[in-house]
Design a protein around this ligand. Sequence first.
Ligand SMILES: *[C@@H]1O[C@H](CO)[C@@H](O)[C@H](O)[C@H]1NC(C)=O
Ligand SMILES: *[C@@H]1O[C@H](CO)[C@@H](O)[C@H](O)[C@H]1NC(C)=O
Length: 284
Amino acid sequence: MKKFFEKCYKITKVYGLTVAGAVAVVGIIIYDRARQQPVYSSWTTNYDPSVKWDYNWDRRQPDNLVKPLKESATDEEKLKHLEKEEQNVSKATRHIIMIRHGQYFDTEKLDKDRKLTELGREQANMVGKRLAELNYPYTQLICSTMTRARETADIIHKHLPDLERKETDLLREGAPIPPEPPSGNWKPEAEFYSDGARIEAAFRKFFYRAGADQVNDSYEIMVCHANVIRYFVCRALQFPPEAWLRISLNHASITWVYIRPNGRVGIRTLGEAGFMPAKKVSVL
Ligand SMILES: *[C@@H]1O[C@H](CO)[C@@H](O)[C@H](O)[C@H]1NC(C)=O
Ligand SMILES: *[C@@H]1O[C@H](CO)[C@@H](O)[C@H](O)[C@H]1NC(C)=O
């Protein structure tokens, strides 16, 4: 036993210095790296984000709007090209304020019978009042052609009578994309196949940065449906679109998306219904 300890002591004496040296070197390397890198929260491992923001999501980055230069372009042509790009730079923010319709008779079969309930009409009235009180310079009111959306839009319109009111089939309710995780309720794939393309078309029609000719920020009110709004939110924020069913929206709630001139997008509210008394809030 004594021999063993003597051996250990010898080894420590010989290698101790080497080990201490190695520890010091590693320490210096770690310290130096830490000095060069920003400090992240302890749970953050993604120095390189797993998914990068696509600034050209709407295909309206200025350099995407101007005809590309030929390789043989002269300096003069290059200068002209830059000028054209500059003329295409967006300057204003577009706010898209999406309102889900109020509560309705969802057990009826025909759309014309799927009208707002008494509570649904009250909810529409409260959101109309809220929008009027917020008093933004609204630019238009557009709604889906389904009965419950039309009725909700009509009630909102009473609070903002000067606003131009439009309708479109593109915003009708539907099945945007098979949800992940699956909902458990089976739906024929054909529904996703046709509705999905139409709802995506609606997204491309209404979501884009302001054109270079738009001088003021715009505030558009869009009255439509929970699936459509949830899909738009996922697409606008560049989240996986199949995540739409993980979101739940109150009746006559406000979901507010803003699109910045540089192609950044954010939401200000999601399914907000805090302006209603608690007993008036409903989802189904
Ligand atoms: C881009 O700028 C040109 C003028 O150079 C203009 O005619 C065109 O409409 C602009 N495009 C957009 C999408 O603003
Ligand atoms: C932009 O906003 C200003 C200030 O509110 C207003 O005077 C002007 O008429 C607006 N321009 C357009 C094109 O709406």
